[in-house]
Design a protein around this ligand. Structure first.
Ligand code: ADP
Ligand code: 5GP
Length: 217
């Protein structure tokens, strides 16, 4: 796919309770459209097995993270499950000014901060719900990357995360992963086609007007 140079990029925010499938969906979307840019967050949480610094996250100490916040380097930041998480501002600004769409995997607090920022017109927010709570617990356990204690903590927080569902533009139930991925792609395609996001349409309509005039002369 090609990057649009005639519009600013979109900020696509994916949120869900932990384990509902947003990282899986984000990876699938990134694999589908190589013009998409993923916002790699900074976090003070310890890396999970297989996670690479700079790929899944920028793993930072608490003082390093706090310094980034102090330097105004974060677009948004929040405490989630006792750790600090934040989206570095510079790569996002660079991407959207080139017409690239940016994908965020962040919680509702981060989503709210971006929606309330100067970038709000570029935001498309999507909340992912699990089909059921037992299935959410099963996915968290099956992922096999967190201790039983961490999983229990995440399950406890799920209800409050889910309570923010109505603050999002779109809500998807991630029952079948392929169907959910297809719906997410539909959302992105439709959002890209919005009139307000296509300044080049004006030029096209002017051309059509000129062609009407040419017909009558
Ligand atoms: P999150 O990023 O929201 O914490 P993940 O994307 O890591 O969630 O998904 C949690 C686990 O559930 C992973 O093992 C993933 O493969 C699995 N999973 C995601 N979506 C589905 C689905 N629709 N059906 C079954 N398993 C799924
Ligand atoms: P995990 O530790 O499972 O990778 O992520 C835990 C939670 O933190 C998820 O809900 C994830 O979306 C959220 N998160 C990840 N990065 C950010 C970020 O930069 N900002 C905010 N606000 N939340 C984030």
């Amino acid at each position: 796919m090609t990057i649009s140079h005639t519009r600013r990029g979109l900020l696509i925010i994916l949120s869900s309770p932990s384990g509902a499938g947003k990282s899986t969906l984000a990876n699938r979307l990134m694999g589908w459209d190589d013009t998409l840019s993923f916002s790699v967050s900074a976090t003070t949480r310890a890396p999970r097995k297989g996670e690479v610094d700079g790929r899944e996250y920028y793993f930072r100490t608490k003082p390093e993270f706090q310094q980034m916040v102090k330097n105004d380097e974060m677009l948004e930041h929040a405490e989630v499950f006792g750790n600090l998480y934040g989206s570095p501002k510079a790569p996002v600004e660079a991407a959207i000014s080139q017409g690239r769409d940016v994908l965020f995997d962040i919680d509702w607090q981060g989503g709210q901060q971006i929606v309330n920022s100067v970038l709000k017109n570029a935001v498309v927010s999507v909340f992912i719900l699990p089909p059921s709570i037992p299935e959410l617990a099963r996915r968290l356990t099956e992922r096999g990357q967190d201790s039983a204690e961490v999983i229990a903590g995440r399950m406890t927080k799920s209800q409050s995360e889910i309570s923010h569902w109505a603050e999002y533009d779109y809500v998807l139930v991630n029952d079948d992963i392929d169907a959910c991925e297809a719906r997410l792609k539909t959302i992105l395609q439709a959002e890209r086609l919005k009139r307000t996001r296509r300044p080049s349409l004006l030029e096209h309509v002017r051309k059509l007007d000129q062609e009407f005039k040419d017909l009558t002369t």
